[in-house]
Ligand binder design. Structure first.
Ligand code: ING
Length: 310
């Protein structure tokens, strides 16, 4: 089997504050795209909601949120320098942003842009965590269910520059169905961005568990689906609200191949051997040979947990 190598990078972002302009943010993204290219990257993964602060932590009217934090076009004047740099450098990227769709619906979205700077795929976040009601007593809100509609594009795999990429966003990474649906479409690399508050408002969770559960979700699913997983944080303290870092690139072995050390803008880059996944998909997780969907029906037929089957 001839080895296929992909220069795969994750561009982690430090905080984006309410006072940070789109222009200032895009300059940071372009700088990291250039660094990644210099280190051999062919594909660069940016975080979820990369252009703005994590605004679902704030209560406001939807109209205000959409006016301040959403993009009605992609690309647009603010992000065009990033698309131009991608074309100039011949590097693809994944970018998360708040999308105001043509029909007016709001989504938490990511696009895949190929090495010619063209949009080659789009994903709209399906697993929306948090709540819709105002929790005035909470230290911050988590209003993704208020500001975004559930994604309507499904989990898709896009072939771009000879690699099959899957995309998801943040909370999606905690649900095994996310990866399996994309692995059943022969994904080789799953890219995702995340904004993960380090404080749990529901119970007194030891803070280290935020990183543990983040990593175990990525490592298990990379291994169990024979895929590379590249996960980019926006992290650090945004106007006093801390989010975890630990951006990583995980191999189909489930091993962390690269990991960020800071909670600032930081690029990690690996030469990903895409044939490594094929070994696992042929021998360990050969879906066609070993899976028995007739015994998995409950996964699709039930939403919440119910009684044991009779
Ligand atoms: N953030 C968090 C995430 O899934 C969360 C929300 C954290 C849910 C921890 C459950 C546990 O990483 C987003 N934006 O989904």
């Amino acid at each position: 089997m001839t080895t296929r190598k992909l220069g795969l990078a994750v561009a982690q972002m430090g905080p984006v504050h309410l006072s940070d302009s789109r222009g200032a943010v895009v300059r940071r993204l372009v700088a990291m795209l250039r660094e990644a290219k210099a280190r051999g990257a062919e594909m660069v993964v940016f975080p979820e909601l990369a252009l703005t602060t994590f605004f679902p932590r704030y209560w406001m009217e939807e109209a205000e949120a959409q006016a301040r934090f959403f993009e009605a076009q992609m690309p647009n004047a603010d992000v065009q320098p990033l698309f131009d740099a991608a074309r100039e450098l011949g590097v693809g990227f994944y970018l998360g942003y708040a999308e105001l769709a043509e029909d007016g619906r709001p989504y938490n979205t990511a696009v895949l842009v190929n090495q010619r700077g063209d949009i080659a795929g789009k994903y709209r976040k399906i697993h929306l965590p948090g709540h819709v009601e105002h929790k005035p007593e909470a230290p911050f809100q988590h209003l993704e269910k208020k500001y975004f509609d559930v994604g309507d594009l499904g989990f898709r795999v896009f072939e771009s520059d000879a690699v099959k990429y899957g995309m998801c966003l943040c909370n999606d990474r905690r649900w095994p169905e996310t990866y399996r649906v994309m692995a059943l479409q022969s994904a080789e690399v799953v890219m995702l961005g995340y904004n993960t508050p380090s404080l749990n408002i529901h119970w007194n969770e030891p803070v280290h568990l935020r990183t543990t559960t983040h990593l175990v979700s990525l490592q298990a699913n990379a291994y169990q689906n024979g895929i590379w997983v590249a996960a980019a944080a926006k992290c650090g303290s945004e106007d006093g609200h801390h989010m975890i870092g630990s951006s990583v690139i995980v191999a189909p072995t489930g091993e962390i191949v690269a990991r960020t050390l800071t909670e600032e803008d930081e690029v990690i880059c690996v030469s990903a051997d895409l044939t490594l996944g094929e070994h696992f998909r042929q021998h360990v997780f050969n879906f066609a040979k070993h899976r028995r969907p007739e015994h998995y029906r409950l996964i699709v037929d039930r939403v919440g947990a119910g009684d044991p089957l009779p």
